[in-house]
Design a protein around this ligand. Structure first.
Ligand code: PMP
Ligand code: GLN
Length: 388
């Protein structure tokens, strides 16, 4: 008789809601992916790479050209934000950057690198749904700290109180999925103090690093010397270049942690598909391909928020990511999962409930809507929401 390792685990809410949306033909603002085409120039770069013979295994840590492009991205972003690049120390492409098959596998590999059986990991809830299961799969224990509605910021006293001698890792995610919050410098100061006090490593999920709004800047853990030496940073090309289906990501960590990370990576992944790495590297030679992302998504966010004005939903703050939380207390008193399903089947708009991201499935009257969509899709969704 086979005994399940995960007897309580169901199917991820992303698959569930996208499947329901497809079945009933609803406008799908649930799972986060664009419904418009990525840049055709990127396709040409990949096709060119294939034609030029880049079709066999890539080096285990990733194609050097792509790792260089990732390092250069930090200089370019800093230059755009501050007008000079002298203060930024980009990660070392040889010893600190590893290309992975998506952000999810980068997260899993980092967790597998750090967590031993019985180790505890602090996770802020609501949390992206892969963190907890990855900890459990490696014999660890997820310990949840709360990000409370409506401002969703950490309570550092709670985080300290939850920490024990078994705590080895804290997972942070800013810009934050699903709430759209972005940490300011004070949060990093608290994190640094926390990590020093308890000697805990950091896993920083920065997949939405380039998507922030209203002049708010993303602060990378890499820019904080007191944290950088103990941190794994995860990013994803899926979010940056509108190619979620390509599943290519990055893990950046100091050389001693990267050496350990690659011990796991070499047997979990070995290498990531070659022509897409080469194509991305060539595409990124033009920094304009990624420097305008915040402006692009701010237009979408503002457009969507404007459309919601004609509905009974309330618009919550959104400082980053391509997700907008909408409150539905004026519309229904159902639990978020029930309301999300009824919104999909009866009103034709799919969104993501937050309770599956919260231990104990605590429901609040908010749903997450993805605005990485054509304006016509957002208009259609808003028309339907206005009739709710
Ligand atoms: N972390 C967060 C917060 C995400 O929203 C996503 C998107 N699915 C990922 C990690 C995983 O990224 P990828 O699609 O590259 O695996
Ligand atoms: N990151 C995306 C989201 O949050 C998709 C996640 C997934 O499909 N696993 O919607």
């Amino acid at each position: 008789m086979f005994t399940s390792k995960f007897p309580e685990m169901g199917t991820t809410i992303f698959s569930e809601m996208s499947q329901l949306a497809n079945t009933v033909g609803a406008v799908n603002l649930s799972q986060g992916f664009p419904d418009y085409s990525p840049d055709p120039i990127l396709f040409e770069c990949v096709a060119q790479a294939m034609k030029s013979g880049y079709n066999q295994y890539a080096p285990m840590p990733g194609m050097p050209a792509l790792r260089n492009a990732v390092a250069e991205k930090y200089t370019q972003v800093f230059l755009k934000q501050h007008g000079n690049s002298t203060d930024v120390i980009p990660p070392n492409a040889d010893t600190e950057i590893t290309i992975t098959p998506g952000g999810t596998v980068a997260l899993y590999t980092a967790i597998a690198t750090v967590v031993k059986p019985g180790d505890e990991v602090i996770i802020f809830s609501p949390a992206y749904d892969s963190y907890g299961p990855a900890v459990i799969a490696n014999g660890g224990v997820p310990v949840y700290a709360h990000l409370l509605f409506p401002n969703y910021m950490p309570d550092w006293d709670e985080v300290h109180a939850l920490t024990t001698s078994r705590t080895v890792l804290i997972i942070i995610n800013t810009p934050h999925n699903p709430t759209g919050t972005v940490w300011d410098a004070a949060q990093y100061t608290a994190l640094e103090e926390y990590c020093n006090k308890h000697n805990v490593n950091v896993l920083s999920d920065e997949v939405y690093e380039l998507i922030t709004f209203d002049g708010v800047r993303h602060i990378s853990v890499l820019s904080i010397p007191g944290l950088r030496h103990r941190a794994f940073v995860v990013t994803s090309f899926g979010k940056t270049f509108h190619i979620t289906g390509w599943k290519i990501g990055v893990c950046i960590a100091p050389s001693h942690l990267t050496a350990e990370f690659r011990k796991v990576h070499q047997f979990l992944t070995f290498s990531v598909n070659t022509p897409m790495q080469v194509g991305l590297a060539n595409y990124m030679l033009n920094a304009e391909t990624y420097l305008g992302l915040s402006e692009f998504f701010q237009r979408k966010r503002d457009y969507f928020r404007g459309l919601i004005g004609s509905t009974r939903f309330t618009v919550l703050p959104c400082k980053g990511t391509y997700f907008q939380l909408l409150g539905y207390a004026n519309v229904s008193d159902e639990t978020d999962v029930n309301f999300a399903k009824r919104l999909t089947t009866e009103h034709g708009v799919a969104a993501i409930p937050l309770s599956p991201f919260i231990p104990g499935n605590v429901s609040q009257p908010v749903l997450r809507f993805c605005f990485a969509k054509e304006n016509s899709t957002l208009e259609l969704a808003a028309e339907k929401l206005a009739r709710v």
